[in-house]
Design a protein around this ligand. Structure first.
Ligand code: ADP
Length: 738
């Protein structure tokens, strides 16, 4: 997707092992010495990674060590899966010519065997690289031609919404080498079908199949790609210090698209050469073992207001800051120092834990500003997201700018969803240590709808809009829809602040979502490379695992979604019931406060015993979602409103055609195949009624039956480029304009 110096990648590769996790022992200094000893190699800067068997199952602990063979060193990493008590090993060998090779520990027993294996893998890898280069040449030619045409296009603002056709037509990606390409079906270890409880039939103590799939190796996934792979990232000549403040960051602290976006945008900006930091709550539910290079940075005091004997009292809450890396983003995690005496961010889930969300995010907002001040970072841009962090711009301009070390920062705020805008009473705002009365006035954060009520309340998102220098939302059409009055109360606020408001389409991280290298898939594929054959294998894998009829001729529709009214619950239900009737298969993966009806259906008419065409998985699983995207013929997104939506973009990347209701970002990214045969990349309907959905699915089914056409469409959608490059450039311009 984008670029960075390959030397940096090599060093990251070793450096991560050196500092992350426990048990590295003396590895740090030895690795460092070794790096210095390879001075004759750095000029070549050639990195080859063979990814064979480097993906490991769920890890709860990791140890690293190294061994010496003559003057060469082999780096090992072992992860122990505590539940199944199984050990798997991988090793990394950094050869003297600057080449990095990974091979499975199981594949060799002696040094000679290892070296032989390395030579073989290098040769194999060289061939793969050559093929990839050839494929990319074809892709580049297309891309260059298309980019020439694109020059006169409007920018992505609400006022200058891109035409739907152009958005899709202009940017394409090509495929690459595959991680796993089974030569025959017998090479795949097929799953045992799950029971109602989720475990495999006859193996009640075991995990369901998707949890035993290999995991993507974070070292590969989150290293910045080599120069040769990311050809079009613009390197900045004016690097900025950007600090994001957010409640979510994928993959560890993700509930929905917010986490994906902060990660994808953060990495895109880093690839451009900006200095990006993400500030995140240190939720108790985060697995600290999964955070790379986790280190305590500092403790500092944060003013925290509370009621004491009927009086408002501000005391200091000692707060701890940790640094680390999550999903390729440099992160600062904040939490109260005294864990025992505070509930903040406690509980087993990111949201809905055992803490008061409003109080916790107000404290977090204040703590983020205190950290920025006391750490001396002096950012150029503070980028806040959603209502949870809207107190940051409010407090920044009233309490910090010009009064602390924070003098030059400008604030960008991104609205990912207007569903929750952060209602807050004056006394609740006092959790920040600042009197809410300061903001509870009409020109600041007062929610006009509460005028005359007792008490009159604030809307944090309004405060965020009023106090930010620029406000964005996540697609041009959603920006337009909100200005046209579809954003409820916030529409009038955004209209009044229209001059600083724009819609910038989200992207997806093409390294993170890559069916060619995704380790969770039983067979990988890319456009132009085993797309049809290996997608079929993935479909069969899912059908077997979920106990569905194993039938390639049945169109498989999947839906992966939070189950809340916004997502079109009644239409998802309709698609489920119709699928059983009209010979389709349907798999739902989702959870949320409106999932009750689906739970009932999953236990009754669509239970394992009653249906071999429908499976309703009311849970959250990244691994299962990846298998589903890869297996799917269609991905349904029937949202009532959708600020951007990522699932339709991930679907395309995995060669599945989206079936969407035309709204917000769905309207910006999906073009109906029947209306535009040249550029169509999915199926679109407009109404919110059953008939509109049924007709659209019928059209999709008709296309599915024309196998040649359908496979061509799969190839086409998998080439559509919704990576972060383009949107990253728009954000860079926005930062520059501050
Ligand atoms: P939203 O942010 O409104 O939830 P988006 O389409 O922007 O919707 O992003 C949803 C993201 O969350 C996608 O990456 C999708 O794959 C993921 N997702 C949603 N539900 C689940 C689930 N139950 N299990 C795994 N991933 C999920």
């Amino acid at each position: 997707m984008a670029t960075t110096a390959s030397k940096a990648s090599c060093e990251n590769f070793i450096g991560r092992r050196r500092t992350g996790g426990g048990g590295g022992g003396g590895g740090a200094s030895m690795a460092m010495r070794r790096r210095n000893n390879t001075n004759n190699t750095s000029s070549k800067k050639k990195k080859i990674i063979v990814t064979r068997a480097s993906s490991l199952p769920t890890s709860s602990s990791a140890t690293r060590w190294e061994e010496e063979f003559g003057n060469e060193k082999i780096f090992y990493r072992t992860r122990m899966t505590t539940k199944i008590q199984r050990q798997q090993r991988s090793s990394s060998h950094r050869a003297g010519d600057g080449v990095v090779v990974r091979a499975s520990r199981e594949e060799w027993a002696s040094r000679e065997e290892l070296l032989e294996e390395i030579e073989r893998l290098k040769a194999e890898n060289a061939e793969l690289k050559m093929l990839r280069a050839q494929l990319e040449d074809v892709g580049t030619d297309d891309k260059e031609e298309e980019e020439e045409e694109e020059e006169d296009e409007p920018t992505t603002t609400a006022a200058k919404t891109k035409s739907k056709k152009n958005t899709t037509k202009k940017r394409t990606v090509s495929g690459g080498a595959l991680r796993t390409d089974p030569k025959s079906e017998s090479e795949i270890e097929w799953p045992l079908p799950i029971t109602t409880e989720g475990c495999p039939v006859g193996e009640e103590d075991k995990k369901p199949f998707w949890e035993t799939r290999p995991k993507n190796d974070p070292d590969e996934l989150f290293s910045l790609p080599d120069d040769e792979e990311g050809k079009t990232t613009k390197k900045t000549s004016r690097p900025k210090k950007i600090s994001h403040v957010t409640a979510e960051l994928a993959p560890l602290a993700k509930v929905g698209g917010l986490g994906d976006v902060t990660q994808g945008l953060g990495r895109a900006m880093k690839m451009q050469g900006h200095d990006v930091q993400v500030i995140l709550p240190f939720y108790q539910s985060l697995d600290a073992n999964e955070i790379f290079d986790l280190k305590h940075v500092m403790d500092f005091d944060v003013p925290k207001g509370m009621k004491w004997d009927g009086e408002n009292v501000v005391s200091m809450m000692k707060t701890s800051a940790y640094s680390g890396n999550i999903g390729g983003c440099d992160v600062i995690l904040l939490k109260p120092h005294d864990d025992m005496n505070s509930n903040i961010f406690k509980g087993g889930a990111i949201y809905g834990g055992s803490y008061n969300e409003l109080e916790a995010y107000l404290y977090f907002s204040r703590a983020s500003l205190e950290f920025l001040d006391k750490s001396g970072r002096d950012p150029d841009v503070i980028h806040v997201h959603e209502w949870q962090t809207c107190a940051v711009p409010m407090l920044y301009w009233e309490e910090y700018h010009g009064k602390t070390s924070l003098n030059k920062a400008k604030i960008v705020m991104t609205i990912h969803n207007l569903d929750n805008t952060g209602e807050c009473r004056e006394e609740e705002f006092f959790a920040t240590g600042v009197d809410g009365a300061k903001f509870n006035v009409i020109e600041k954060a007062l929610d006009e709808r509460t005028i005359g009520h007792n008490p009159e309340r604030m809307c944090l998102m309004k405060g965020g809009v009023v106090y930010s220098n620029k406000v964005t939302t996540v697609s041009p059409t959603y920006a337009k829809e909100t200005l046209d009055g579809n954003g409820g109360f916030m529409s009038q606020i955004l209209k009044a602040n229209q001059d600083k408001f724009s819609g910038i389409l989200n992207g997806i991280d093409y390294q993170l979502w890559n069916p060619a290298l995704d380790a969770t898939l039983p067979a990988n594929f890319a456009p132009g490379n085993k797309m049809t054959e290996n997608k079929k294998l993935c479909k069969k894998y899912l059908q077997i695992g979920l106990g569905l009829d194993v039938d390639e001729t049945k169109p498989l529709i999947v839906c992966i979604s939070r189950l809340v009214p916004q997502k079109g619950i009644h239409l998802i239900e309709r698609a489920v019931t119709q699928s059983e009737k009209n010979g389709n298969q349907f798999v739902l993966l989702g959870s949320g406060h409106s999932d009750g009806g689906f739970k009932r259906m999953a236990n009754e008419e669509f239970s394992q015993a009653n249906s071999t065409n429908v499976r309703l998985m009311i849970t959250y699983s990244d691994a299962l979602s990846r298998l589903m995207y890869a297996a799917a013929d269609f991905v349904l997104v029937p949202s009532m409103f959708e600020p951007c939506g990522l699932t339709q973009m991930i679907a395309m990347r995995y060669g599945a055609l989206p079936i969407v209701r035309s709204t917000g970002g769905l309207a910006d990214t999906v073009i109906d195949c029947d209306s535009d045969s040249e550029n169509g990349n999915g199926f679109v309907f407009y109404g919110a009624d059953d008939q509109s959905l049924d007709e659209c699915i019928q059209r999709a089914n008709k296309t599915f039956k024309d196998r040649k056409k359908f496979h061509e469409l799969q190839e086409r959608v998998a080439r559509v480029d919704y990576g972060w490059e383009a949107s990253g450039n728009v954000y860079a311009e926005l930062y520059e304009s501050l």
